[in-house]
Design a protein around this ligand. Structure first.
Ligand code: G6P
Length: 594
């Protein structure tokens, strides 16, 4: 949450900062601001989006600057609370992503010492602390200030007349982009892809001094050498490529994402994970930890492990994990996170690591915090996902989970062969859904008139119902509940009426007959039913008000095709309702606070 950028180099800073910030808006977008260093520090900020900020900025000659796009935690979105924040002299400006836990105490102390703080933010203590410690050297002042700070931060500091940026990170992501007589700083790689694909990943506790032609990274007061890495993501990956929104572009990328992710695993010489080699204990059960959409992938994973590997699996919300018992010996622990920066997931991983457990992470962002914390990473190959609502990263996570379950599978070899063959057909099946979206567009138009919707499924498709509901809530602002079809009658039937459509996931598997019964029960309560069925289904057409068909596939892979259909349903419903699809209100793609 919150995106930060910095630039120093041969070019004008202002347009570069704006274009980098625009690519980081998925991290938060309730305010934006920049500061540039001329003969003095000039700050422009407000509770407006980056494109609006760009329109009101005067042209300023400056070749160094910092920028921020905010997801408010301390204080409402307003001009005063927007970043950058300055010290009393106005000579030091700071942008920050993270949370300063002891800011109240620091604030009181600074005020008692004569500093004037004007915002409600935790961040504002930082420029004042740096001002307090400044004795002619900015990096020393920043390091001294950070010694007083408890919490998480990625910061970029700009000071008048210094000709450098000073950056630091602890528990919030920060990368340096390396250019030719220019250097960049950003929360995430997509921000800088227009300018460079050469990246230095900073670690927790690192600070760096960045000038036009030098990057000096320090840790614990001493200089350290960091390897530069080339990122494989391209500029096109981070652009809309002719689509109206990133969400629909990312939905359409899924056949490729499935191919790329599977290709990566199929090419591996080693098993995808060797739990026994990792922990020294035979694998007895699996614990999954995740948040949001990744949590729904984990719920599918639980089903796959129990079905194919015949060992128990449990799934915990990362934000709840502190309240639960640590797993015993023999538990394979798998965290799932697209960004690798979700604070709740990182905290749960840290607790497990602190107790000496080995943790594997399924992750989409190379060198993320989660990946560096984990004992082993299973990379998904979804490429940068910009739209706040996760789509292609969910499908890529499912691929990782299928491969994990298949590699430990207890099914016989011919059944395994059939499953792998079906898995390889998935890109084509998903493409068929994308090529035949007209019915989904019609259903979306119909759905867009309603304010309350249920999604129901059973077994493997119960998590798909949860994910379908989450997508509709996030992007179309329709109250939607995902329910196990069998559970709906235990209370929630009271809400069924002609004004409450029910989306029933009824593709064939061993729960099919029970789904038919559930649909009949729902129809008897007058709720309109949109049924998701397999092509050639003969039973449901006459029961349901509208039908979305998906291609035939082995039941175990139905979550993939069904989810893609529901992603399209959410997207087109949001479009009919005129919602800001890629940047829904109040949300952020990467939630780096608890
Ligand atoms: C945020 C996003 C969700 C995402 C969740 C977990 O809430 O808006 O789309 O599913 O974080 O993110 P992660 O990066 O850990 O998968």
């Amino acid at each position: 949450m919150c995106g930060i950028v910095g630039y120093i180099g041969k070019n004008q800073a202002q347009p570069i900062l704006i274009s980098c910030l625009a690519r980081l808006e998925y991290r938060g977008y309730d305010s934006s601001g920049i500061a540039v260093a001329g003969d003095r520090i000039k700050v422009f900020k407000d509770s407006i989006r980056v494109n609006e900020l760009a329109k009101v900025l005067p042209e300023i000659e400056a070749t160094a600057g910092i920028g921020h796009t905010r997801w408010a935690t301390h204080g409402e979105p307003s001009r005063i609370n927007a970043h950058p924040h300055c010290d009393c002299t106005g000579d030091i400006a700071v942008v920050h992503n993270g949370v300063i836990n002891n800011f109240q105490q620091l604030r009181e102390q600074l005020i008692a010492e004569g500093h004037q703080l004007v915002s409600e933010t935790d961040t504002e203590v930082l420029p004042h602390l740096i001002e307090k410690h400044y004795q002619g050297n900015l990096e020393t002042a920043v390091e001294a200030a950070l010694l007083e700070v408890k919490g998480s931060y990625a910061i970029v500091v700009l000071k008048k007349d210094e000709g450098k940026l000073v950056v630091a990170r602890k528990d919030s992501p920060l990368i340096i982009g390396v250019g030719d007589r220019e250097n960049f700083v950003a929360s995430d790689v997509p921000a800088i892809l227009d300018y460079t694909n050469r990246v230095i990943y900073l670690d927790d506790g690192d600070t760096a001094v960045i000038t036009e032609d030098a990057i000096k990274v320090r840790h614990g007061g001493a200089e350290v050498t960091k390897q530069e890495q080339q990122v494989s993501w391209s500029v096109e990956d981070a652009q809309k490529g002719g689509y109206e929104h990133f969400m629909i572009k990312e939905i359409h990328e899924q056949p490729k994402v499935i191919r790329d992710t599977l290709g990566e695993y199929i090419a591996l010489a080693e098993p995808i994970v060797d739990f026994k080699a990792l922990s020294g204990e035979p694998l007895e059960d699996i614990l999954f930890i995740a948040c949001g959409t990744s949590y729904h992938a984990a719920l599918v994973g639980k089903y796959l492990i129990e079905e194919l590997v015949s060992i128990p699996a449990r799934v915990e919300l990362a934000s709840e994990f502190n309240s639960y018992h640590l797993p015993l010996r023999g538990t394979g622990i798998v965290a799932i996170t697209q960004s690798g920066e979700t604070a709740d997931t990182l905290n749960a991983m840290k607790r497990l690591k602190g107790a000496g457990k080995k943790v594997i992470v399924i992750n989409n962002v190379v060198s993320s915090s989660a990946s560096r914390l984990a004992d082993q990473t299973i990379n998904t190959m979804a490429g940068p996902e910009i739209s706040v609502a996760a789509t292609k990263s969910f499908t890529a996570q499912l691929m990782a989970l299928y491969w994990l379950a298949l590699s430990y599978s207890k099914v016989d070899i011919s059944q395994l062969d059939n499953l792998v063959t079906a898995l390889r057909q998935l890109p084509r099946k998903v493409q068929e859904i994308l090529d035949n979206e007209a019915v989904i567009v019609e259903c979306a138009k119909y759905l867009s008139k309603y304010e309350n919707v249920f999604f129901i499924g059973r077994g493997l498709n119960f998590p798909v119902a949860l994910e379908g509901a989450l997508k509709l809530k996030e992007v179309a602002y329709i109250h939607a509940e995902g329910y196990s079809a069998g559970e709906l009658k235990h209370g929630s039937f009271a809400l069924l009426s002609a004004d409450t459509p029910v989306i029933a996931i009824a593709t064939p598997d061993r729960t099919y007959e029970a789904m038919l019964t559930s649909i009949k029960e729902v129809k008897a309560r007058k709720s309109p039913v949109i049924a998701l069925v397999e092509e050639d289904d003969v039973n449901i057409g006459e029961l349901a008000d509208m039908v979305i068909t998906v291609p035939r596939i082995d039941a175990i892979f139905s979550p993939v095709v069904n989810s893609v259909a529901l992603q399209l349903l959410a997207y087109y419903t949001a479009k009919h309702r005129g919602c800001p699809i890629d940047t829904p209100r109040n949300l952020a793609k990467s939630v780096t606070v608890e």
